[in-house]
Design a protein around this ligand. Structure first.
Ligand SMILES: Nc1ncnc2c1ncn2[C@@H]1O[C@H](COP(=O)(O)OP(=O)(O)O)[C@@H](O)[C@H]1O
Ligand SMILES: [Mg+2]
Length: 272
């Protein structure tokens, strides 16, 4: 039996509240941002994570990749991550963010960005890195023409592809995509989404796909987890969520998307 790639159990996370007057000997007040979150991602699965802005989606992602310390347990392929994971353990989960500029060093050319990363992580030598970088670029649908180009000269879609190549360079088993297409034009969005689906099939990559855009989530995700104020209120197959959401908050989210409301109405019409 294959183990789920990710198991999150009873995860909670509090941020300190700043700027509150208190006696120095009193504990610093905190605000709970994640409250007892449990979820599972099976191998090869794309789990959608939806919820309003500020509901805690990005914070959960950061806890999973180990940027934030949290209470509860996080297991990758059945293994709990230690407090100080080794580089090889850290590499198993990679994250791609909304802002395609943020993660790329503007002073380096695309080829250098990938090669440096590969060499630092001992995944290639200075001799083999250029070939590997070319291969990674081809995986994300980019040609060798971008190798000598600085990130600033790329389009938003190309930059996001470079970011995905960067994540793939570390040979992850789980990719966390946090609003990765939100900043892109609709036509570019579609091509990047197709790329993610293609990579899932080719590399048997598992994903947590975070988005506030329910129409997109419906296109790419196998299951969807719905977050409200730091709690998961519902987890269901995509099909079930979009046709028969059970939680009032999910129904509210769905109702807020006009295109989906029409689609749901049409489906209801078909079944009755
Ligand atoms: N570094 C931080 N320090 C304090 N509060 C934070 C920090 N990061 C996020 N928050 C708060 O946590 C809540 C959840 O934020 P976030 O995870 O970014 O939500 P989402 O990604 O769903 O929009 C928000 O209320 C946000 O203001
Ligand atoms: Mg976010």
């Amino acid at each position: 039996m294959t183990l789920p790639i990710l198991e999150v159990e009873h995860l909670s996370m509090r941020f300190p509240v700043k700027g509150v007057a208190r006696w120095p000997w009193h504990p610093r007040p905190t605000r709970t941002v994640l409250d007892d979150v449990s979820l599972v991602v099976e191998r090869g699965e794309i789990l959608g994570l939806v919820g309003e802005s500020g509901s805690g989606k990005s914070t959960l992602a950061r806890c999973i990749v180990g940027v934030y310390k949290s209470e509860g347990s996080i297991r990758i392929d059945g293994e709990s991550l230690p407090a100080r994971p080794k580089p090889a353990q850290r590499r198993r989960v990679q994250m791609v963010f909304q802002d395609p500029y943020a993660a790329l060093n503007p002073a380096l050319k695309v080829g250098q960005i990938l090669e440096e990363l590969l060499v630092v992580h001992s995944l290639a030598t200075t001799r083999t890195a250029p070939g590997r970088a070319e291969e990674l670029l081809s995986w994300v649908g980019l040609g060798t023409d971008v190798i000598g180009v600085h990130p600033g000269a790329l389009s938003g879609g190309q930059r996001q592809r470079v970011n995905i190549a960067r994540a793939l360079a570390l040979e992850p088993e789980l990719l966390i995509a946090d609003e990765v297409v939100s900043a892109l034009d609709a036509s570019v969005q579609a091509s990047v989404l197709n790329l993610l689906l293609d990579l899932r099939d080719r590399l048997n990559l598992s994903m947590v796909f975070i988005s506030h855009n329910l129409a997109i989530v419906r296109q790419v995700c196998d299951r969807v987890a719905v977050m409200q104020d730091g709690r998961l209120v519902e987890t269901a197959s995509t099909e079930q969520l979009f046709t028969a959401a059970s939680h009032p908050y999910t129904q509210e989210l769905l109702a807020a998307v006009p295109r989906l409301r029409i689609a749901r109405g049409a489906q209801k019409g078909m079944s009755s």
